[in-house]
Design a protein around this ligand. Structure first.
Ligand SMILES: Nc1ncnc2c1ncn2[C@@H]1O[C@H](COP(=O)(O)OP(=O)(O)OP(=O)(O)O)[C@@H](O)[C@H]1O
Length: 324
């Protein structure tokens, strides 16, 4: 059975008259990668600060690993690793020296600290540059070292705030793979706050979308897409061989007629010789079968399911909210 690792119950945060987080309830399960999305100022960082016990909620309860973050912030800090967008290191020291120092600050004796630092550096793929000063590290290398730093205290939960911003595509991929590995091989639960919808889509089991301090949607992308995008969820592009040798010519009129008899079809159009069908269900197989049965020569079919961008835009444009 799923075990909660982060529990927010009816939490709010007010700054004077302004409500930064408004009556938020959310449970994140153990071993889950959960993505927090939302525009600037929507309340993501404030929520994270409350989880870490760094700011007190004005109302409600926050528990991490079963511990109340507001009354026991130090106990929570022992279990949670927090990686900020910009990680600070002693730039005139090497990666290894920085990590050994961090391990010793966490109460690990020097010999063990060195071994632990070596192991973690290997885990995040920085062995080749472990003796390089961190002042010469790229943003991607700094983030990976930051992750190693967070892992020093063997956290049960890791909170990542914009971890991929400013990293090149290969660096991002390596970082995202590392996150997945931490969940799969070490059972670490991960909260990932980001503005990059694709990165979130790639690694997160579930997402939560914030807007003006409220959680507008929570769930996995597939079920959110099914609940929120009631029309135009799929785009099916079809191409036919309409040359004179091919015989029957497939036309837009054929699709328009079909649309009038199939409720799943929201619209049809033609662009650069391709027919485009927007539908609420995946009807690509039905379409291709019909086309071929009626003697047309289908030579291209491409199906796209609208994912996280469509869900995000739907909510930002004032669409209905959803939480499962
Ligand atoms: N200490 C503070 N005093 C007053 N207002 C604050 C304070 N901290 C945050 N706010 C306000 O609360 C709202 C939520 O801010 P928050 O930093 O949580 O947003 P965010 O979603 O993390 O944004 P970003 O994506 O830019 O990091 C914003 O309007 C912000 O101006």
């Amino acid at each position: 059975m799923a075990e909660p690792i982060i529990q927010l119950q009816n939490i709010s945060k007010k700054y004077g008259d302004f409500t930064a987080v408004d009556d938020l309830s959310l449970t994140i399960e153990k071993g889950e990668i959960f993505g927090l999305l939302g525009p600037n100022g929507s309340g993501k960082s404030t929520t994270i600060l409350m989880m870490l016990g760094l700011t007190e909620p004005s109302a409600g309860e926050v528990k991490v690993c079963g511990i109340d973050s507001t009354s026991h912030p130090i106990e929570v800090k022992r279990k949670v690793g927090y990686l900020a967008e910009d990680v600070g290191f002693y730039d005139d020291q090497t990666a290894l020296e920085n990590l050994v120092y961090s391990a010793m600050l966490n109460g690990i004796p020097k010999k063990e600290a060195t071994q632990k630092a070596e192991d973690l550096i290997e885990r995040v793929g920085l062995t080749g540059v472990k003796n390089k000063k961190t002042g010469k590290f790229s943003k991607g290398m700094r983030q990976r070292l930051g992750l190693a730093d967070v892992l020093v205290k063997d956290p049960e939960v890791i909170i990542l705030d914009e971890p991929t911003s400013g990293i090149d595509p290969k660096g991002v991929q390596d970082f995202l793979n590392l996150i997945i590995e931490l969940r799969d091989e070490h059972g670490i639960s991960i909260l990932f706050s980001s503005h990059d919808l694709q990165h979130v889509q790639q690694v997160c089991d579930r997402i939560g979308i914030f807007l003006e301090g409220k959680l507008m949607a929570v769930g996995d992308i597939r079920s959110l897409s099914a609940k929120l995008l009631t029309s135009g969820r799929y785009l099916i592009e079809l191409g036919a061989d309409n040359s004179s040798e091919a015989g029957k010519k497939l036309t837009l009129g054929w699709f328009q007629k079909l649309a009038s008899s199939m409720n799943e079809i929201d619209s049809v159009s033609e662009e650069n010789g391709l027919f485009k069908v927007l539908s609420s269900q995946d009807i690509s197989l039905v379409l291709s079968k019909k086309i071929m049965e009626e003697g047309y020569n289908l030579n291209f079919l491409n199906k796209k399911e609208f994912g996280i961008e469509a869900i995000y835009n739907h909510l930002m444009e004032g669409g209905t909210a959803y939480a499962n």
